[in-house]
Design a protein around this ligand. Sequence first.
Ligand code: ASP
Length: 308
Amino acid sequence: MTQEVKQKYGKEDSLIVIIHGGAGPQDPNKTGIEKANKALKKIAKQVVKKLIEGIPASKVACFCLQELEKDPQFNAGVGSALQSDGIPRLSASLMNGHKQSFSGVISATYLPHPSILIEKLQKRRAKVLTSPGTELLARELSLPVHSNLTEKRSKRWLKQMDKADYPSSYFDSDTVGCVIRDLKGRLTAASSTGGIGHEYPGRVGDTGTVSGNYASRFAAVAVTGKGEQITDDAVAARIETRIRDGMSLEEASNKTYQEALTKKRRYGWIAVSNKGEWGVTRTTNLLPYVVFNEKGLVDEFIPDTEIE
Ligand code: ASP
């Protein structure tokens, strides 16, 4: 897909993996997008290998997020965007479509890998946690607990520190996410984010909720972009409902896309269905992503020469 094409759809017989690197990358130039694309491809290959080995899709989806959380070019894990008080608050969620089970972490400050916790939370009674539960449980499970501040993010924050809430032009929307249809046709969606950057302290976006991440036996959808708009439109849950009620993935995505255009929304999503349909849709200019099947690359975001 190039920058002009805003919707892309396809169909695969068996395995499908889509990974995205956010609707408004930190480094929105050709080199930045190419770097993101390279990282996404490398991770996708490992994800496919694990799925072929028979590792459960939700476990593999969390592995995928972990790899992305380690890479500071993405706004997740270490290197997450800072809120307006200079503190990163990370959110992530996992939805096992086969079990229709959602787990999430909201506004965790000291977890470099919320993705590890969301996997563990699937098996617990309280499946969505915020602080102090996030850090308490991480300690109980002997998971790493430390600050996610980086020099690069801190310097970027210092430049904007007089802004109490994020300016509308500010859009570091490089959240990460993946959707998977495994070899048995089971669906999973997972997302991880540091938010928009410079938000009012304690602001909660869509990523730890079913508007940003939803999966069932019918479809799996992961969304990225302006969290408030995604929440207002209940994007992931809405697309899943449309597919569940009989629309094809393309019809459901296109209807949601047309509604988003009317409202001048800034978001995008990746989706797969139980029928093997897949789609990548966005109203934003950029959305680095890769689509893989069991044999390799099926589609990717190719930046045009000039990026405005
Ligand atoms: N949706 C995320 C949020 O609003 C940001 C993103 O997708 O990059 O927190």
